[in-house]
Design a protein around this ligand. Structure first.
Ligand SMILES: [Mg+2]
Length: 364
């Protein structure tokens, strides 16, 4: 029998707002309630993408980061709404204030999602389930919005749990239930496992956590690199990553691999329009401004290059990101090349480091 050291018992809550931007729009504009709405770029122009879809639109298969044009094809009745990030940031700030009533150990993942460590809570409530209920109720009472909560002993399980009973859900996976939960979990539900990795796992006959658990640590490392070590621990319920209040995001990027190689500047620029739009939406979601734009190019022979340009002032506007990426592309003599992948990123987020005067990060 295999023995593993039990993880130190912590009380972790993952809170995730339900269809955040779309719910705020439906709250503020009653005529949008009960309707399929898409917050994001327009389906008319090129490169518009979905930031958030209401649950009514999701029934048609509309998802975040999907081109708005495709969303409109899937759901012709959808109403497209421009995002109001100033409002979302303000709501986010209020949610953070609610969290702070219970704990200061808060790690925001974006405007609408955060981990809380309530092992020791400020009000000595003691029960993480009770705290999750109180937070959900406060969000409902004060903001007329719903959130879903996952409660467990680590970040990994708490995050998956918050997604299980959306919307307005609360899922608790207790210490004695973690290993059984991980064994039953389908590999594609492991966050961090993308479609490519999930497909690879399935080709190897690995469908659930229980299947992964049969492999040794060195087998997992051999097949999946460094992440293999993470899988080895996580299927055993071992995740000791702390909730980090000032975790720093280093870069934000998006890339696209094309079905066929791009050979003309027009095609490449069109691809950059779409990719830059996705990066831009994410930057707004995470409230980040950077100073360096990076362009990544992979050619048909798999040779890869990156080019970057830095600016004195941080920014996150689409126009600057896009024009810089296009400039960088021109600098590579793209005309006679065959390109199979393009990526755009923004980094150098120096200014969002926590200020030393004890002020809160603007992130959540
Ligand atoms: Mg959410």
């Amino acid at each position: 029998m295999q023995t593993t050291t039990p993880p130190p018992l912590r009380k972790i809550i993952h809170i995730d707002m339900d269809a955040f931007y779309a719910s705020i729009e439906q709250r503020d504009f009653p005529e949008l309630r009960g309707k399929a709405i898409v917050v994001g770029g327009s389906p008319e122009g090129r490169g518009g993408v979905v930031a958030t879809a209401s649950y009514e639109a999701r029934k048609f298969g509309v998802r975040s980061a999907m081109p708005s044009k495709k969303a409109q094809q899937l759901c012709p009745e959808a109403i497209f709404v421009r995002p109001r990030f100033d409002v979302y940031k303000e709501v986010s700030r209020h949610i953070r204030e609610i969290f702070h009533r219970y704990t200061d150990l808060i790690e925001p993942l974006s405007l609408d999602e955060a981990y809380l460590d309530v092992t020791e809570d400020k009000l000595q409530i003691g029960s993480a389930i009770e705290i999750a209920k109180l937070i959900k109720q406060a969000i409902k009472d004060e903001l007329q919005l719903t959130a879903s909560a996952g409660v467990s002993v680590n970040k990994f399980v708490a995050k998956i749990a918050s997604d299980l009973q959306k919307p307005d859900g609360l899922t608790f996976i207790g210490p004695s239930g973690v290993e059984a939960f991980m064994e039953k979990l389908a590999v594609e539900k492991f966050h961090g496992v993308g479609k490519v990795t999930a497909d690879k796992m399935k080709r190897m006959g690995l469908y659930t956590g229980a299947d992964l658990k049969k492999l040794s640590e060195s087998d997992l490392v051999q097949h999946f690199g460094k992440t293999g070590r993470f899988y080895y621990r996580i299927v055993r319920g071992l995740d000791d990553r702390p909730v980090e209040p000032h975790r720093e995001t280093k870069s934000m990027s998006a890339e696209d691999t094309f079905a066929y190689d791009l050979t003309t500047i027009d095609e490449m620029n069109e691809a950059l329009d779409k990719i830059a739009q996705i990066v831009h939406t994410r930057l707004l979601k995470y409230n980040l401004k950077g100073r360096t734009v990076t362009l990544k190019i992979k050619y048909s022979d798999f040779r890869q290059i990156t080019r970057n340009q830095s600016f004195p002032q941080p920014f996150n506007d689409l126009q600057t990101i896009l024009s810089t990426a296009k400039q960088l592309l021109l600098g590579t003599d793209p005309e006679d090349k065959k390109i199979r992948l393009l990526g755009v990123g923004l980094s150098n987020f120096g200014e969002i480091l926590p200020p030393s005067n004890g002020q809160q990060l603007e992130l959540f």
